[in-house]
Write a protein that binds this ligand. Structure first.
Ligand SMILES: *[C@@H]1O[C@H](CO)[C@@H](O)[C@H](O)[C@H]1NC(C)=O
Ligand SMILES: *[C@@H]1O[C@H](CO)[C@@H](O)[C@H](O)[C@H]1NC(C)=O
Ligand SMILES: *[C@@H]1O[C@H](CO)[C@@H](O)[C@H](O)[C@H]1NC(C)=O
Length: 419
């Protein structure tokens, strides 16, 4: 157990606690996942006997020539663990989360971290949750070929630009192209089944790249996509401002993303709105699963109650611990949840799609064992996340799960509360 904790913590892969007060919305790039050191409480029921499999980093070959580089120009990379047995021809491509950057200052900051440079990436990472190679932890995907794509472009794999003066590369698009070519070459070309998934900013990437991913595979391949905590909602913050819109506008402009956005969306909405999942998901042809906490802790902290919108700090207790919110604050969050449910309406009606919207205060639930599948992992009507995703992928029935409103769900981990 100690060892598991140690490795997860050291590598910063378990993302629970916000970096307290360090990254403010208006000053810095937005972290769409968090690191933390206080994971012991939430790690209790991870199967302590099972040894976590560590998987090495593969850097993309000839990355410079192919333009498949991180913000700082270093090669982009991924971690690959081969499939076996009945999973040998199945592929899971899972995209890490990270932050978006839309100005020199925040991008220069990112390029000195693992989310902007492979120089700072862990050489090995633990494969847990949806990436686990153990049937007891990951019953449907454990023996698939599993890939974790590292996030280092600051733009959900959409940018195609550079800023020579600041020595910044925005090559999300080229990273994606090179990655897919290399994976096809490594055997994904003959995949029988494939799932493109991702968490947070990577969950948004899974939405952007879903149909394209499907089109790169054989017609006979069963291809689906899963977005975990990628449903960032266009919603006014507590001061009435649209802070996330402002950030997206900057990112799109700075990284030259407009031409990469889907045409169907651009015909109807402006480029900024076309960076929001809610305007993208309905036209997607491949089956898509939206997994999100209705009280997504990142969105609450960085989009609904950013420090810029709350100069007096009257939300500061509530934003980091939902149990400390007063009735009117909860009411605001209920309005947010209601909006989310409504925005998912037409999408949910499409038979091919799946939804798991649980009334928890968390962010990213596929990567960590204790939210994906463990004795006390979150569930809606007794269905845990790994089971819901597997049932949807393999069409075993019941793919739409929308929780009752807070505080009815007693299975939540609400990790951020434990700060
Ligand atoms: C968490 O992130 C902060 C800011 O990037 C960094 O200074 C700190 O070392 C990180 N902690 C861990 C445990 O990775
Ligand atoms: C970690 O959690 C324990 C138990 O709740 C608490 O006593 C401790 O102060 C926490 N440590 C940090 C660094 O937050
Ligand atoms: C609840 O919090 C809000 C926002 O911080 C504040 O304006 C309001 O006065 C509080 N309400 C009560 C009843 O304390």
């Amino acid at each position: 157990m100690k060892k598991i904790l140690w490795s997860l913590t050291l590598f910063g892969v378990i993302l629970i606690l916000p970096v307290n007060g360090v990254m403010e919305f208006d000053k810095m790039e937005r972290f769409t996942d968090f690191n933390g050191t206080n994971v012991s409480q939430t790690e209790k029921d991870v199967n302590s006997k099972a040894k976590v499999t560590m998987v090495g980093l593969t850097l993309i070959k000839n990355a410079g020539l192919r333009g498949a580089v991180c913000l700082d120009g270093s090669p982009a990379g991924y971690h690959f663990h081969p499939g076996s047995g009945s999973g040998a021809k199945n592929w899971l491509v899972h995209v890490e989360g990270g932050e978006w950057c839309g100005d020199i200052r925040s991008c220069v900051h990112s390029k000195k971290t693992r989310h902007g440079s492979s120089k700072y990436m862990e050489k090995q990472i633990p494969f847990t949750g949806i990436l686990s190679d153990k049937a007891s932890e990951n019953p449907d995907f454990y023996n698939w070929n599993r890939v974790k794509v590292r996030y280092c472009d600051g733009g959900s794999f959409m940018g195609d630009n550079e800023n020579k003066d600041a020595q910044l590369q925005f090559r999300g698009k080229r990273i994606w192209t090179a990655l897919i070519v290399d994976l096809l070459w490594s055997g994904m070309e003959y995949a029988k089944q494939a799932l493109l998934s991702g968490c947070s900013a990577g969950g948004l990437a899974a939405i952007f790249r879903c149909d394209e991913f499907k089109n790169r595979l054989l017609h006979s391949t069963r291809v689906k996509c899963l977005s975990d905590a990628g449903f960032f909602v266009d919603f006014a913050d507590v001061s009435g401002d649209r802070s996330l819109r402002n950030l997206y506008t900057d990112v799109i402009e700075f990284q030259s993303i407009t031409t990469q956005l889907p045409n169907e969306c651009l015909k109807v909405y402006n480029p900024t709105l076309c960076f929001f999942a809610q305007y993208l998901i309905v036209p997607i042809k491949a089956p898509l699963f939206i997994l999100n906490a209705a009280y997504d802790s990142w969105q609450i902290q960085e989009s609904l109650t950013p420090k810029s919108a709350d100069p007096s700090g009257s939300w500061s207790d509530c934003r980091s611990n939902i149990a400390k919110c007063n009735a009117s604050q909860i009411k605001f969050f209920q309005g947010f949840r209601t909006r989310m449910v409504k925005l998912l309406g037409d999408f949910t009606e499409q038979r091919k799609n799946g939804v798991f919207l649980n009334s928890c205060f968390s962010h990213c639930q596929t990567e960590r064992q204790e939210t994906w599948l463990s004795k006390n992992s979150p569930a809606i009507k007794n269905k845990r996340i790994a089971v819901a995703v597997g049932d949807w992928f393999f069409e075993r029935g019941g793919a739409k799960h929308i929780d009752c409103a807070y505080p009815c769900d007693k299975t939540c981990r609400n990790e951020v509360v434990e700060r």
